[in-house]
Design a protein. Structure first.
Length: 182
């Protein structure tokens, strides 16, 4: 991000803020959509987070932290709106494609297996998995965006993955029981 644009926006320059939003807006929306799995709610969350960013921008102490600060506002807005709406947010789980040929049927089977387990995670756990495994952020940036200590981010990621693993194992046991009953 351009430090001068942030400083200008902090002093009320709407064009500078618009330029900043153009630079980060798509990533904010993609993140909100992955966390909430609803296009209209994701759009609302981004608008609300950007409105808060504009309102509180003069209080941002370090202009170099604009992007991570904006993501922090976005994640907090996701939490707030997700809880207000009592919306069980979902993420479209996409398994990474290996280089070379992809077995489309196996990929779809993996996604179909992951999706129900992912849906059962809490908003906090879905968020940390999105930030780490879909946006490929280092834990230090995740902690900064979430406004938590690095150890808390590590712990959340650990428990999120553990919960995901447990949900997958429970689904597998259910599937095996159904097969045995046939």
């Amino acid at each position: 991000m351009d430090r001068e644009l942030v400083i200008a926006a902090q002093h009320g320059d709407e064009d500078a803020f618009s330029a900043l939003v153009l630079g980060v807006g798509d990533r904010l929306y993609a993140t909100a959509y992955r966390i909430l799995r609803d296009r209209s709610i994701a759009e609302d969350v981004v608008q609300q987070a950007l409105l808060e960013a504009w309102q509180h921008l003069p209080r941002l102490r370090n202009p170099d932290r604009f992007v991570s600060w904006t993501f922090q506002l976005l994640v907090r807005t996701c939490y707030r709106m997700g809880k207000q709406e009592q919306h069980q947010a979902r993420l479209r789980v996409v398994t990474p494609r290996p280089a070379g040929a992809v077995d489309e049927i196996a990929r779809l089977a993996d996604r179909d297996q992951l999706q129900p387990a992912f849906r059962r995670l809490s908003l906090e756990h879905r968020t940390i998995i999105v930030l780490r495994h879909y946006l490929d952020w280092p834990l230090t940036e995740i902690a900064d965006a979430l406004g938590v200590p690095l150890g808390t981010a590590r712990s959340r990621l650990h428990y999120a993955l553990r919960s995901m693993r447990a949900a997958l194992e429970a689904d597998e046991r259910r599937t095996e029981r159904r097969r045995a009953q046939r």
